[in-house]
Design a protein around this ligand. Structure first.
Ligand code: NFE
Ligand code: MG
Length: 571
């Protein structure tokens, strides 16, 4: 007999995501559905606005990758108007982008994903001296893992437990049979979890040096940047550099060693090594380091075959809505995309509740529409985007920095290259990406300092002709993968705007052919040890770093109640 398990909401993500799976009598997933249950409205809000304001509005798509949508909104308009910003502006944007990526990746690994891999309760029984020695296995210069420090960490968390409340560590499946770290390894990661709370503040400050604030920085403008005084101040530049150094140090001495530790411990855990999800991997160039140099390049891989990388043809990108709550089901190129809601609700079904009992409840209408997320496709095929795709494509292309970092990772972790194409690989490549970015940012910084000596321009001049029609786009790579914004300008205002977002690619529902996105595909065949504790599902989905605010980017402008959430404070 098959059973339906619903995980809703998936916590420790941005936004509202629900996953439903159908398992067979052996608790192996046979069908999977991922859907966003919350609707927001930026694509529609931008219409009719001055193109120079678009970036300020699009950055409100998300509270996490605010800079990504800000830059995308600005660059799409620059592309439409044929503007090339001065190199100083481009490099400043790169420095801000690095701050965004580093912030995102460390927060994801520790605050959003770590508890899927790290058993906090087990850390409390660790021997601190042994743990302190253990840390030297993964780096010559461990970070915050002296025996005294680890004892302090244990005491801090034990204080939560003694109060009968795990605080930020509550609501995880501690003791689950698929946790693989020893108590000492769990304690090392726990110490870094706490350190990351401090380090994420430093990298947020680095963003604010050029962006004035974080989140939602303010200093990009169509044509360039406005943080002129900061760029001309050696003290401000020095401050950025100091913060970057501190965070790069954390990446190299805590994040990366923890990845190696987890990579070795989980190398044989079937639920994280066997399945890549959608094996078509798509990425786009990002991080301009100089006039003609990019840190990461574009391309896509078909069916996990790393021996060949194809060029991306942007004309082949579409979004469709067969199973999404929008009116027009048909695949449309984003320049002609539509965002008209058509909510059809949930249906009655039998499901398994948190106690393992069969109950009647509401479930996705899997034959009809079941998500606010559209289904982006490349040449009619789903694509996986994100660090895994970015690193795999750049590795396959022979990008020197990426090849060196991946080979080092494989050597340090003792994993084969095939391990990259898995849930573990998705988490690993995010760290490898962070390491490459941290290192290359010093280069971008030096290039900016050198360029400022010969050129002080920060913004290009341009005009918008109200009698002309324009279209333009940004395509790039953001922390969760390939992002594109597409705009049309008519009569001097925005006529259409579409954002095709990383989490939209990965969390896509099925298309007209019945083919789902990577969240859905990676769950098929997964064996769940205990249906009352579906940790394996959460770990897999978290490995994508879901951002559902980004994925739907629309809101109900009439203030209608679309969903109700009840939180039981006593549970
Ligand atoms: Ni809201 Fe985002 C990123 C974008 S989502 S975080 O990275 O774009 O996939
Ligand atoms: Mg969109």
């Amino acid at each position: 007999m098959t059973k339906r398990i619903i995980v809703d909401p998936i916590t420790r993500i941005e936004g509202h995501l629900r996953v439903e799976v159908i398992v067979d009598e052996n608790n192996v997933v046979k069908e999977a559905y991922s859907g966003s249950t919350l609707w927001r409205g930026i694509e529609t809000i931008v219409k009719g606005r001055d193109p120079r304001d678009a970036g300020f509005l699009t950055q409100r798509i998300c509270g996490v990758c605010t800079f990504s949508h800000y830059k995308a909104g600005i660059v799409a308009v620059e592309d439409a108007l044929g503007i090339t910003p001065p190199l100083n502006a481009i490099l400043t944007r790169t420095l801000m982008n690095s701050a965004l990526f580093l912030h995102d990746h460390i927060v994801h690994f520790y605050q959003l994903h770590a508890l899927d891999w790290v058993d906090i309760v087990s850390a409390l029984s660790a021997d601190v001296k042994k743990a302190s020695d253990e840390a030297f296995k993964y780096t010559e210069v461990p970070f915050a893992t002296g025996a005294d420090k680890l004892l302090e960490v244990q005491k801090k968390v034990k204080a939560f437990v003694d109060k009968g409340n795990l605080g930020p560590f509550a609501n995880a499946y501690y003791g689950h049979p698929t946790y693989r770290l020893s108590p000492e390894q769990n304690l090392i990661a726990l110490s870094h979890y706490l350190e990351c709370l401090r380090v994420q503040r430093i990298i947020a400050q680095a963003m604010a040096i050029f962006g004035a604030k974080q989140p939602h920085p303010q200093s990009l403008t169509v044509g360039g940047v406005t943080c002129v005084m900061d760029l001309l101040s050696p003290a401000r530049l020095g401050e950025y550099l100091e913060k970057l150094k501190e965070v790069a140090d954390f990446v190299n001495r805590a994040y990366y060693p923890d990845l190696i530790m987890a990579g070795k411990a989980y190398a044989n855990e079937a639920s994280v090594i066997n399945d890549v999800g959608v094996p078509n991997l798509l990425t786009y160039k990002e991080f301009q380091l100089g006039a003609n140099e990019w840190l990461f390049e574009s391309g896509y891989i078909k069916n996990g075959d790393l021996s060949k990388v194809y060029e991306v043809d942007e004309a082949l990108i579409t979004e469709e809505a067969t199973h999404s709550w929008y009116k027009n089901d048909k695949p449309l190129h984003p320049y002609d995309g539509e965002t008209e809601p058509n909510y059809t609700g949930l249906v009655d079904a039998d499901t398994i509740d948190g106690k393992g009992n069969l109950v009647h409840s509401k479930a996705f209408d899997t034959q009809g529409k079941y998500s606010w997320i559209k289904a982006p496709r490349y040449n009619g095929e789903p694509m996986q985007v994100g660090p895994l795709a970015n690193i795999a494509v750049n590795y396959a292309k022979g990008n020197k920095r990426v090849v060196a970092a991946v080979d080092q990772f494989l050597k340090d972790s003792n994993l084969p290259i095939s391990a990259v194409l898995s849930t573990l690989g998705r988490t690993a490549t995010r760290c490898v990406e962070a390491k490459i970015i941290a290192e290359a940012t010093f280069e971008a910084f030096n290039n900016l300092v050198e360029n400022l000596k010969i050129d002080e321009s920060t913004c290009a001049k341009y005009q918008i002709d109200p009698n002309k029609s324009y279209k333009g786009r940004y395509i790039g790579n953001v922390p969760r993968g390939m992002l594109s914004h597409w705009c049309r300008i008519e009569n001097g205002v925005i006529a259409n705007w579409q954002a095709v977002v990383p989490s939209t690619w990965n969390a896509s529902p099925k298309d007209a052919k019945g083919v789902g996105g990577s969240y859905e595909q990676c769950l098929i065949g997964l064996k769940i040890a205990d249906v009352k504790q579906p940790l394996e599902i959460i770990r897999k989905i978290h490995s994508y770093d879901p951002c559902i605010a980004c994925a739907v980017h629309v809101m109900d402008t009439k203030g209608n109640n679309l969903s109700e959430y009840k939180i039981n404070l006593n549970s």
